[in-house]
Design a protein around this ligand. Sequence first.
Ligand code: SAM
Length: 303
Amino acid sequence: MYLDLCSPRTIKELLDRYGLAPKKGYGQNFLTNPMVPEAIADAAADASGECKAVLEIGPGLGVLTRELGERFSSVVAVEIDRGLIPLLEETLGEYENVRVINEDFMETELTELLHENFGDARPAVCANLPYYITTPIIMKLLEDCPYSCGLPYTSITVMVQFEVADRIAAKQGSADYGAITAAVGLRCSVKKVLTVSPGSFYPPPKVTSAVIQLVPHEKGIYSVYENAPEDREECESFGRRVSELVGAAFSMRRKTLVNALASVYPKEKTLTALESLGMRADIRGERLSSRDFCALADILEKI
Ligand code: SAM
């Protein structure tokens, strides 16, 4: 029997049958508005080009997984909750192209996971993210893979809290601009896809949600900073230095950049670097674009 996974009644019956209830600690808010998983899967498929493989994080009851299974030739879904695995075998039983892995995504060796499941192909990433670890999951997707020549995904399409979407898409200099904005901007362009109200979930979360899509820059870090080192290894280590610089710049938000970076670079050195880039001595991190962070990391290494 094909279960309607968007019906709250069916969801309750299904969970009951497996002796389960939505776990707050795992951020389990299941989608009940059928238009939403369809729209998320459509957006992921549209941005996926030739490669029809997708990595899902947190399949839950399988409502988005099924939509992905309709549009992609291969779906790999990582779910932390062991209790959901037999349930997923039932709801995804008809999908031979879906593989569910019972693991904590944060504990996975990402490069290995991608290589084992997708070989050299670049999959899409798609998820209705658990809100208790939205930012760590996005940072892992960005930072646990080499990115100087482009991230190993065609796109990252994720549902997040509305305010996190605003932070990721924030304009340079705005109050929302922070470490995650700069970390994403270094690697991807950002598009808002959809706003989703709490009534679209069971149980409803307390906040409004948004679906965003991150599309990796085609030429990796060179798309942002054309002067990045040509040598691949040097470029990777340059990329790591830029990431560290971004992390340090936003570690103490109210401080000027010179003070925020003081534990990593002597103040005099940062001041000289800022001056040679034509930036004010009292500039703060939120005023720097991704390109500015690259230029600053570059010059700090050279002086
Ligand atoms: N995809 C389903 C949907 O849209 O209805 C469920 C989304 S629910 C917001 C988040 C899902 O992520 C849950 O199934 C939860 O168990 C799972 N999850 C939470 N933490 C996780 C982790 N660290 N690794 C993998 N899955 C996780």
